[in-house]
Design a protein around this ligand. Sequence first.
Ligand code: ASP
Ligand code: MG
Length: 437
Amino acid sequence: MKVLKFGGTSVGSPDRMKKLLDIINPAERQIVVLSAVSGTTNNLADIGQAYLTGDKPKAAALIAHLKAKYETFIQELYTKPAYVELGREVITYHFELLSGLANDLFTPIEDKIILAQGELLSTTLYHVYLQEIGIPSVLLPALDFMKIDEDGEPVIDYMTEHITPLLMQHPNNKLFITQGYICRNSFGEIDNLRRGGSDYTASLIGAAIRSEEVQIWTDIDGMHNNDPRIVKGTKPISHLSFDEAAELAYFGAKILHPQSVFPAQKYKIPVRLLNTMDPTAAGTLISMQSEKGEIKSIAAKDNITAIKIYSSRMLLAYGFLRRVFEVFERYKTPIDMITTSEVAVSVTIDDTSYLGEITRELNAFGSVEVDVNQTIVCVVGDFGAETHGYAARVLEAVKHIPIRMISYGGSSYNISILIKTADKTEALRSLHSRLFE
Ligand code: ASP
Ligand code: MG
């Protein structure tokens, strides 16, 4: 059984919603995961923000505005008056819920209830559309099986246990529709998988039901081998291994939610990234297979800050790095890249919320230098230990650019360099022409 996920733009208008049937084959048993209509989750976040700040009139105005959008949406989505009426009932239910929150104490729990309405709306409206045109489908409530634990981590066994009986209740039904993004937390409250989390839902359901394939339908023809906004002539990558995809996930968040790779990898479920606008294009397949020694992609991440800690006490000492890392741990700040010498260590971070506190504590170990406006450029492929020459090719391509850090050998799948953001365009273009052309 396949899992197909369609993002916000793929359900972004009544017309787009209707066109989903160009891709979905209602005769095949499958689960379709939908995002909220594009823009809706942002609007809901604004409504929540207005409530949080106690600005009820603003919340009411935002709710009315969003509701009007959906009024138009259903007029165009349905043809028969009875279905327009059904659609109106759906809208009324969800918008009354939103307005009703004005009467309660507003906490982050209510905020998450608000954020959940987008996916609940899109899936219910689509389900009603399928009814109107006579295609049988079953709406699966994601809140009955999507679950995260107290650390916000998905509980796949729980999902398997709860979705399986739901599917078994409908042995003859082919098409199942469910909500992306939303779930319940360890308290049983409504929660979500963070913004852009519908991809993650699809991959988690894929893992939970041991799906034959997860398809992520977006409006791009797969993952590209370089940034198309900066480099001309980029191409979709036809195939990536899970390891390569995991390296790229950190950089390619716009195409695939970064965490989506891991459940699929763990349960060996192939993931295909496909284009709604060009359904027959090959897209990108992410699977267990890897192609040794092939350079797959170049990616970059901006807004990186490098921190260098220089200390003669590091020489021949043990435990020094642990103490350095503990500082970052205390401030819940992830470290991305790291390089060391005998007397210094450099690390990069992208979350600088606690930079001041971190550097103050690091000063106790030695002298600290901070470089802002840095970019990580990473070259991904399968560079096993037995291969050779890749690092040289990468460095040759950027030999005219000052390099702040180099990282190679952390995994066999990436070579990363840290450069000034001002040099990024030149680095990406030069690497592209030397590695791919
Ligand atoms: N609707 C959610 C968002 O906009 C989840 C998603 O689209 O993946 O973040
Ligand atoms: Mg998305």
